[in-house]
Ligand binder design. Structure first.
Ligand code: S3P
Length: 176
């Protein structure tokens, strides 16, 4: 297959926006490797994300995210499934943009709630799994997410292949 994109494609968005699922599918469609940031950080630290937060604190985790993004600035083009907090740090956005485009996946708080419902490895959602709390948290992030994005895709009521088609089409338009 001929490579369509000669840069990294980074997926950002709120927890439960579909970054992991979409990355996996997009990786298969484009024949690109996927880096799942949370998974890689968790594997390297030898513990779950919630345990990293508990043991070392959030700042420590945020530093690991930034270091990983710097490390990903290699010649190899991959799909980066970012943690939900990545786009909140300007330095992270700058790093990604050195060799990549940023795709923001959006979903309504109701959809997010349905998707994160029974996950217990999202420390920032502990005790906040309701539409109001999610809306409030999304609102505090919206501006930075949207400012970081090269393209935005709404995911509610779309299946994963529709979402991927839309991403590819919007990226190709941007590249034109
Ligand atoms: C976070 C999102 C999580 C994970 C950590 C913090 C956030 O990733 O990185 O719990 O600040 O939004 P997902 O978006 O993959 O759930």
């Amino acid at each position: 297959m001929q490579k369509k994109f000669h840069y990294n494609i980074a997926l950002i968005g709120f927890m439960g926006a579909g970054k992991s699922t979409v990355s996996e599918h997009l990786g298969r469609m484009l024949d690109m490797e996927i880096i799942e940031m949370d998974q890689l950080i968790s594997r390297r630290e030898g513990m779950r994300i919630s345990d990293i937060f508990e043991k070392h604190g959030e700042e420590y985790f945020r530093t690991l995210e930034t270091k990983l993004l710097i490390e990903l600035q290699t010649g190899k083009n991959v799909i980066i499934s970012c943690g939900g907090g990545v786009a909140m740090r300007e330095k992270n956005v700058q790093e990604i943009k050195k060799n990549g485009r940023i795709v923001l996946l959006r979903a309504t708080p109701r959809t997010i709630l349905a998707r994160v419902g029974n996950s217990d490895d999202r420390p920032l959602l502990a005790g906040r799994k309701d539409v109001e709390s999610i809306s409030r948290m999304m609102e505090t992030r919206r501006e930075k997410y949207e400012a970081a994005a090269d393209i935005i895709v709404d995911t509610d009521e779309k299946d994963v292949s529709q979402i991927c088609e839309e991403i590819i089409q919007k990226l190709l338009e941007k590249d034109r």
